[in-house]
Design a protein around this ligand. Structure first.
Ligand code: SF4
Length: 385
């Protein structure tokens, strides 16, 4: 269980530093991220919260470099488990990290699943991709036990990779496990693993569900399938993008319990993206509040809920309804800015009730107030700091 303090240098597991990202569009440049800084430690559940369009999903997609083709990263570094800057490593190295070390639970279960593939094959796809050799070895063992000639074929495929990693034969070999009925041992092995993973995520009758297609499942079941896909390769970090938006309240509770169980049993770190403060309060250790592509505040969840410092976070807290409260909810006046022409300085200044002259002139830096509680606001900073 995390202590809720920000990680020391030795504890840093994931670190994003000074990330600036733009989208190039017909009308000009949308300045989506403006100097994002955050870090996580192993085993932590970290929340990123903010309104739609504040840049939380883009921030987390940058980690695995799953960005639209018009995205331009101008500046910044992302390091993970002591790696080099993930933004600079070659694509083939990144492909080994995606799904294997970092995986994503996407927010739309219906559109994220392939409607033409059985559930077992979708859950097992990552396993085939990242553990092909292990699967082939399993296949050899099975084939030898049965005296099948496929043992020889599997051995040849394994040797091919060892001798010449870029050969045409190998490229062909990589496709073979996906051809139904030919290299069937690896495929079957991945299906067996898929059933086990579906069982782990609490899917009822996993053997039957494994052989069904997405349209045959309910919304909650499809969400579980997405979690199963994310878990398949036992990643070190799971990014859960609005994991409960598309499901009903009882399924939400089950999914949250599942994420907590994951961290408890496997020590998996989880980065949760949401606009739902209730979800953050329920499962996260620390939280980062984002506004219009900038970080407003980062800290321990209890600290931020009890003592929000940034005027935007305070506004968010006043807009939550608590059971038994008779007070009227307060809205934050004004609208989220258009990031083609973002406000200068602190991007919250056109809506801020505490705005000062300097707020529109200069961007505040991140100030650490108490252990781990950091805020981006001129109210807590000297002008020449
Ligand atoms: Fe408000 Fe200024 Fe603080 Fe921005 S920097 S939140 S405008 S007081």
């Amino acid at each position: 269980m995390s202590t809720g303090e920000s990680p020391s240098e030795d504890e840093v597991f994931l670190e994003i530093k000074n990330l600036h990202l733009d989208f190039s569009v017909y009308q000009g440049t949308v300045q989506v991220l403006d100097g994002i800084e955050l870090s996580m430690k192993r085993g932590e559940i970290f929340g990123v919260v903010g309104e739609t369009g504040c840049g939380k999903t883009v921030t987390t997609r940058s980690i695995v470099r799953l960005l639209e083709s018009n995205a331009v990263i101008d500046e910044g570094t992302i390091t993970f488990m002591g790696s080099e800057n993930l933004l600079k490593i070659p694509e083939d190295e990144m492909a080994k990290i995606r799904g294997r070390k970092i995986s994503i639970i996407f927010q739309e279960p219906m559109t994220s699943l392939n409607p033409t593939m059985r559930i077992a094959d979708q859950v097992g796809e990552g396993i085939l991709l990242h553990f092909r050799d292990d699967m082939l070895k399993k296949g050899i063992e099975l084939a030898e036990k049965r005296g099948s000639p496929l043992a020889g074929l599997h051995k040849r495929l394994l040797e091919t990779e060892l001798k010449s990693p870029n050969s045409i034969l190998l490229k062909l070999a990589r496709r073979i496990p996906f051809i139904n009925g030919y290299n069937k041992y690896p495929r079957n092995a991945s299906r067996i693993d898929s059933v086990e993973i579906l069982r782990d995520v609490g899917m009822p009758s996993p053997e039957r569900i494994a052989m069904e297609y997405p349209h045959e499942l309910s919304g909650g079941m499809r969400q579980r399938v997405l979690i199963a896909i994310a878990l398949a390769c036992q990643p070190d970090l799971i990014i859960a993008d609005e994991p409960t938006t598309a499901v009903d309240v009882t399924t939400q509770a089950k999914i949250l319990n599942l994420l907590l169980k994951l961290r408890e049993e496997r020590g998996t770190s989880i980065l949760v993206i949401t606009h739902n403060l209730g979800l953050i309060a329920e499962i996260c250790d620390r939280v980062c509040v984002m506004y219009a592509g900038q970080i407003a505040e980062i800290g321990d969840v209890v600290d931020i809920f009890n003592h929000p410092l940034h005027p935007y976070t305070r506004g968010l807290m006043r807009a939550i309804h608590n059971i038994g409260d008779n007070k009227e909810l307060e809205e934050i006046p004004g609208n989220v800015p258009i990031l083609l022409t973002p406000p200068s300085g602190c991007r919250f200044h056109p809506r801020c009730p505490r705005v000062m002259k300097i707020c529109s002139e200069k961007r505040p830096t991140l100030q650490e107030m108490e252990t781990g509680h950091k805020v981006h606001c001129w109210l807590y900073q000297e002008e020449d700091a």
